[in-house]
Write a protein that binds this ligand. Structure first.
Ligand code: SF4
Length: 460
């Protein structure tokens, strides 16, 4: 997480002119849309399906305390263990404690945004623990030493050529410049590590309260290898992932597949209920679920803003967000990126230091249109802005500026003051640069539309 607006600006200045990055994001979106248009046809009434998804997520959040306790009780009944972690540090400590106690050294990890959120990789490195990423995108990022650029497609910023070069440098292999050949090479390396791993770490897409089930959906089949083969399985997840019943997955899984990867349904959908029981042939001896708050309670405390936690992390809004399309994910320095990030980050980190996220939007509403759970980003952003004002997070000069701006904009007579011409004054002196200082504003016209119109109509 960046600490200041200055740091964010610095990060943005590194990527804003990166046309190659923008081209990769556009190419990924194009590919996504091809699948999406076919997959979306599975919903005979999309609006009804969306409303069901919203209802399911909203119901879970409105009764989160009850559903989490219900999940915990049922998961423990199935033989699993639940660990509650207040923040990232507590979560990492708990996970490290399980590892150290187990004496296991072979660790495999599948794609999990929550592990990224708590900086688990850094904790593992600090503890001298080696691990293997099993998801292709994460494997590429591990080799490159980089962070995910998208919720669903972590290596979206890497082209085939980038990956080919990376494999040559880090693995010493020259692979054809072809997606299948590159994936096959990665699978060869990753699968060689599956020979009896001791600990598998995964995330969870949903936690089903009434059954104590962990629901995971994926395309590569690697999650199951990380969940079923190791002696210990650790699931890392946010407290917002819970849903009331298994029936909720009837709509949430197809929604996630369609909006996440442009598929009708993802290739592997697994329901895991505790460790292996007597008579079962696979599954771990021990299974843990680490339930992480890490600022979610702060968001939950906001009556309107908590809506953002209905997010199913499909990443669809990112493809359709003009800001993300230009700067990608790296400047956010958070797994909360793009439109949901703009709502969550200022609440989690504080309006004073991170309130600038409230302005990282064109308010085009394309993000809402593409959101399967209809999150009204504009409404939430405006509410965040209001909160920043109420919290007195905006500086005195900013307040004075907007006061004067408002007075001028509300009165035509003031706007047309010949001696100062406030509209031109603001445009030429205040709005000369965009907030990031990366774009020049246009010079205002000498005469206002109002004046031109009056002349034309003969009003003088
Ligand atoms: S906010 Fe909506 S579109 Fe964006 S990731 Fe979440 S569910 Fe998907």
């Amino acid at each position: 997480m960046h600490n200041s607006f200055e740091q964010f600006k610095e990060d943005v200045s590194q990527v804003v002119g990166d046309t190659a990055l923008q081209q990769k994001i556009r190419a990924a979106k194009k590919q996504y849309l091809i699948g999406f248009e076919e997959a979306i046809t599975q919903f005979s009434n999309l609006e009804t399906a969306k409303r069901r998804a919203v209802f399911s997520r909203w119901k879970a959040l409105e009764n989160l305390d009850n559903y989490l306790i219900e999940f915990e009780a049922n998961f423990i009944k199935a033989g699993g263990k639940v660990i509650w972690a207040q923040d990232a540090a507590e979560a990492c400590n708990e996970i490290m404690a399980i590892m150290n106690k187990s004496g296991e050294s072979k660790i495999v990890k599948s794609k999990t945004l929550t592990a990224e959120e708590i900086h688990l990789d850094e904790a593992l490195l600090a503890g001298n623990i080696q691990w293997t990423e099993t998801d292709l995108g994460q494997f590429i990022l591990q080799l490159a030493g980089e962070k995910p650029s998208h919720m669903v497609m972590p290596a979206i910023h890497k082209s085939k050529e980038d990956i080919q070069q990376l494999f040559q440098e880090k693995l010493g292999v020259k692979v054809q410049n072809d997606a299948e050949a590159l994936a096959a090479e990665a699978a060869k390396v990753v699968r060689s590590k599956y020979v009896k791993p001791g600990i598998g770490i995964t995330g969870a897409n949903f936690l089903v309260a009434d059954q104590g089930i962990v629901a995971i959906t994926e395309n590569e089949g690697n999650v199951m290898l990380a969940a079923a083969r190791p002696r210990i399985h650790i699931v890392i997840t946010g407290i917002d992932r819970v849903v009331p019943t298994v029936n909720d997955l009837h709509v949430l899984w197809p929604m996630l597949a369609t909006y996440g990867t442009g598929q009708k349904i993802t290739a592997y959908n697994s329901l895991l209920k505790g460790p292996r029981r007597n008579g079962e042939v696979d599954g771990p001896d021990e299974m843990y679920v680490v339930l992480i708050d890490n600022g979610r309670s702060k968001v939950m405390a906001e009556e309107l803003q908590r809506n953002v936690l209905t997010c199913i992390r499909c990443g669809s809004c990112l493809y359709n967000d003009p800001v993300y399309s230009i700067i990608g994910a790296q400047p956010y320095r958070s797994t909360w990126m793009g439109p949901p990030g703009n709502i969550v980050i200022p609440i989690k980190e504080g309006m004073k230091t991170h309130g600038f996220h409230n302005h990282l939007s064109t308010l085009s509403a394309a993000d809402t249109e593409w959101c399967p759970v209809n999150i009204n980003f504009n409404k939430l952003l405006l509410n965040n802005r209001q909160k920043a004002v109420d919290d007195q997070s905006s500086g005195t000069s900013e307040k004075l500026f907007y006061f004067l701006w408002k007075q001028a904009m509300l009165k035509r007579e003031i706007m047309n003051w010949k001696s100062i011409r406030p509209a031109s004054f603001f445009m030429s002196n205040i709005f000369t640069k965009s907030p990031l200082g990366l774009r020049k504003m246009k010079t205002p016209a000498k005469e206002s539309f109002n004046a031109l119109w009056r002349k034309r109509m003969g009003g003088g």
